[in-house]
Each structure stands twice: as C-alpha cells, then as structure tokens.
Design a protein around this ligand. Structure first.
Ligand SMILES: [Zn+2]
Length: 344
C-alpha cells in the first residue's frame, strides 16, 4: 500500500516524451536460437513481427516513437517472487518444465538465462512500465508480456515471471492514488498465476473468460475469479463476443478500478492447437475493440494496459497488429494533441 509520504520512485518506470506513443517494446523480447520455434507450437519472434507490421503500416515510424523497457533486476523480481522460485530458474531442468521445451533441460543455464529468460524479463519490465504509462496517457500496450500462468512461487505454460502481478504490485507500491485494479483475462487459458497471487486481495477484481476444458484446470485458483466465463471447445464469434461485451460491461458496473490490465491472448484464434476455440481474426479485432471501448468511453474513462499473452501461430502477429491498427483508426487509442491533453 502507498504510504502518506511520497513513495519511492520505481527504477523501471520511465518518462514518456510528448511525441511518443505508450507502446512498449524492445527487440530483446524475441527468442531466437537453436530452432526453438520448431520444437514448440510457438512463434518465438511474434513480438518483433508485430512491431515491424506497425511500422510498415505507418502507425509507428521508428523505435523512437515508442518506449523501451528496462530489464528488472533480481531484487525487483523479488518484490513479488519467492526467492526459492527465482533460484530454481538457475537449473535448466526447471526452466524446461516452465517453458515446456524439453531440450532446454540439456543446455547450460547461462545460455538459457541469456537466450530465454532475459527476453522474458524484458517483457516483464515492459508490462510494469506499460501499466504506469496507462495512468499517464489513459492507455498503453506492451507488445509482449501476459505471463498469466506464473504466480509468485511457480511458473508454467511458458510463463516464467508473474508480470501481471508485478505490474499491479508496483502500481500499489509507487502510485499513491492507486487503490484498485481489474484484470480482464481473455486468453483461451485460465489465468491461474495472477489468480493465485490475488486470491485474497479485495483490491483486485478478476474477470476471466477461458476454455474450461483445457490446461491448467486450476480449481483452487478459480476462487479468485470474481466473474468467470467458462467456454466450451469450438466456441465461435457470435456467442463469444456477446459474452465478452456483456461481462466486461457488467464487471465495470460492479467494480470501479483505477486501472484495467487486459490480458489479450490470441490463442482463442481458430486453429490454435492449445486454445481449441474457434474465434476468427475479425472476431479478435472486435473483441479488443469491445474491451477498449468499455474502458475508454465511460463517463470517467478507466486507464487500460494491454498485454499480448498467448497465441503463437504464424498468423498471430498479423492479427494483433491489425487489432492495434483498428484501435488506432477508431481513435480508441491515440497520441497527444498539441494542447497536451489526450485526444480521446
Ligand atoms: Zn493461453
């Protein structure tokens, strides 16, 4: 909780220049080595491709238009994580379990730290920074992050750091006006990491819409969900979008958060071997629009930070870039006007 005295500055927060967009990305996000992408149903260069597409499509001219995050130190991770968990990542066999890539167990840990964990740490720093920028600008997008299966004491499902928990913890710690947060988790999987972390924390409201018939089926963690939307295999656009619209609206009528963390996983996309839902690319674009509209067009808009989470088919990067461009075209996200106020 914030104290009466001015809270200490967070090293991971960086100021944003008026000409920059609150989009957070670093080329260090991308994991590329030893053909990892061939061993996992996983496009490990997804984040870089999204950034390139946003440049090609004219929303961003260069990396100077966006904000680069910093890598969290071990001490910064330990603000949330248990030391025994962070120490466990020094053993490649444990990282192999978290990332679900067996060959990782065979490699020296210094390589794993540099090639796998460092990119994930940068993405974690990205979520922490983006959450703060959302308060400054009304919205922010981390092109990576969304490791919603990782809790303070355990990783899994390719999630090695609890970036959502960390981002919310840092806001509570460093922003005196921050009293509550809502997590809207629309990845295909149940977000059991942040759920375990916030299970008894009334300041955090969790809406989770997930395929109830797939990993992780974490029943104890479900206690933390204030609004649960359980989906069946092959749920399609019409039903899904109706549910999202109704429940996001109801959640915001029920609970008034100071920030929304939107976990916008795209493994709901039709054909995803893990998500097993049947949402089209257009459906995902509409879903993100519904969530941003609900947050941004309220009488008193709620700051929203989006993270990209799961969804690693080759076509996923295009879907996410299209969705961000749609939000931009519809003016649900925008830069600063010349008078210095947000244009929404
Ligand atoms: Zn997922």
């Amino acid at each position: 909780m914030a104290s009466e005295a001015s809270p200490p500055q967070c090293r991971l927060y960086r100021d944003i220049e008026p000409n920059q967009l609150p989009i957070v990305y670093s080329s260090t996000y991308n994991i590329g080595f030893l053909g990892l992408e061939k061993l996992h149903p996983f496009d490990s260069g997804k984040w870089g491709r999204i950034f390139t597409m946003l440049c090609q499509d004219g929303m961003i001219a260069s990396s100077r238009d966006i904000v680069e995050p910093l890598e969290p130190t071990e001490d910064e991770l330990l603000k949330v994580h248990e030391k025994s968990y962070i120490d466990s990542l020094r053993w490649s066999v444990n990282v192999a379990r978290v990332t679900e890539v067996p060959i990782v167990a065979m490699l020296p840990n210094f390589i794993i730290q540099r090639k796998v964990l460092r990119p994930l740490r940068y993405q974690t720093g990205g979520t922490i920074l983006a959450a703060k920028l959302a308060l400054d600008r009304g919205w922010a997008i981390n092109i990576g992050g969304g490791f919603h299966h990782c809790s303070r004491s355990e990783g899994g499902g390719f999630c090695a750091y609890a970036d959502i928990t960390l981002a919310i913890h840092y806001l509570f710690e460093h922003v005196p006006t921050m009293g509550s947060a809502m997590i809207v988790d629309l990845d295909a999987h149940q977000g059991n990491g942040h759920e375990r972390d916030f299970v008894d924390d009334k300041r955090v409201y969790i809406l989770d819409a997930y395929n109830a018939g797939i990993y992780p089926m974490d029943f104890p963690a479900r206690r933390a969900i204030r609004r649960s939307v359980e989906l069946r295999h092959e749920t399609s656009d019409d039903e899904y979008l109706r549910l999202v619209e109704r429940h996001v609206e109801s959640a915001l009528n029920e609970f008034r958060p100071d920030v929304i963390v939107y976990n916008a996983g795209t493994d709901i996309l039709i054909g995803d071997p893990l998500g097993r839902l049947a949402i089209t690319a257009e459906g995902i674009v509409q879903r993100d629009e519904i969530v941003f509209k609900a947050a941004r067009s309220r009488e008193k808009p709620v700051p929203i930070v989006m993270v990209t989470s799961g969804g690693y088919q080759k076509k996923t990067a295009r879907v996410i870039a299209d969705s961000i461009l749609n939000l931009w075209t519809k003016k649900l996200i925008s830069g600063l006007e010349l008078d210095g106020s947000s244009s929404l």
